[in-house]
Design a protein around this ligand. Sequence first.
Ligand SMILES: NC(=O)c1ccc[n+]([C@@H]2O[C@H](COP(=O)([O-])OP(=O)(O)OC[C@H]3O[C@@H](n4cnc5c(N)ncnc54)[C@H](OP(=O)(O)O)[C@@H]3O)[C@@H](O)[C@H]2O)c1
Length: 261
Amino acid sequence: MDELARYRLDDRVAIVSGGSGGIGVRTCAALAGVGAKVAVIGRSAERLTAATDAVTAAGSEALPIVGDMTVKADADRAVFETLERFGRIDILINAIGGGAGAVLHNAEDYPEKDWDWIFDLNLRSTLLPSQAVARAMIAAGTAGRILNLSSVRGQLGLNAGYSAYVAVKGAINALTRQHATEWAKHGITVNAISPTFVRTPQVESMLADKEFYEKLIARIPLGRIAEPDDLIGAMLFFCSDASSFVTGQNLTLDGGLTATQ
Ligand SMILES: NC(=O)c1ccc[n+]([C@@H]2O[C@H](COP(=O)([O-])OP(=O)(O)OC[C@H]3O[C@@H](n4cnc5c(N)ncnc54)[C@H](OP(=O)(O)O)[C@@H]3O)[C@@H](O)[C@H]2O)c1
């Protein structure tokens, strides 16, 4: 028996919401590399090209979908377009989010405007595609996989103005457990991964601060931050038959950071 066959995604259809991002492009390439067809969602048509090219280069089929996943009609349309093109949906990866370092405020003064922005960017953008995909999976009677991108910050307080990001990633962890519980009867598993810093354009300016970077990696036992490549093993596990009996879990990918807390 080929034990690795359980990680293959041949003939399966994946949606990567935020697939044009720093983590998203590598994710799309990996899913295509093990056989999945991939629908890639982002607001900028131009930015989707790197992801769709990566899927094609891996020998699979890509569908670019332009839409704002904080808008219900766009999330519903993304599912409709995927079904129209590929006929089924097996996997959703929610990879929209971030904003962590962009709006830092003391907790006692955290402005509602920035709080709402971080919550829409991370939580609403996870909720709406999850609901739309779950409805399609339930209607079709197909078992499926949903994987949410959380962050190690959902588990740890930080003395640096991150109230909204820490709270929203904690909410994503809770929503992961809730969706897993409610949708298990439909054969849909819902899990999350929680990376520490991943080297992507979104965090480039923070990492360029030498003092910040040295302090950061001093706290990580493996002595470095993650590369997008470091997430792929866990993603393929959660998206494939290899994780058939795993749901409601949150795997921390942090080089040992939380082990020290
Ligand atoms: N990078 C890290 O260090 C790190 C660490 C831990 C967790 N994470 C989490 O991992 C996830 C991905 O992070 P990343 O670094 O890959 O982020 P990123 O590079 O900013 O990518 C996010 C992608 O989502 C798209 N997007 C943003 N808002 C959208 C919306 N409303 N509708 C549709 N698409 C939207 C963006 O494309 P458009 O602008 O064209 O829409 C972008 O391609 C986030 O949840 C983040 O919190 C990241």
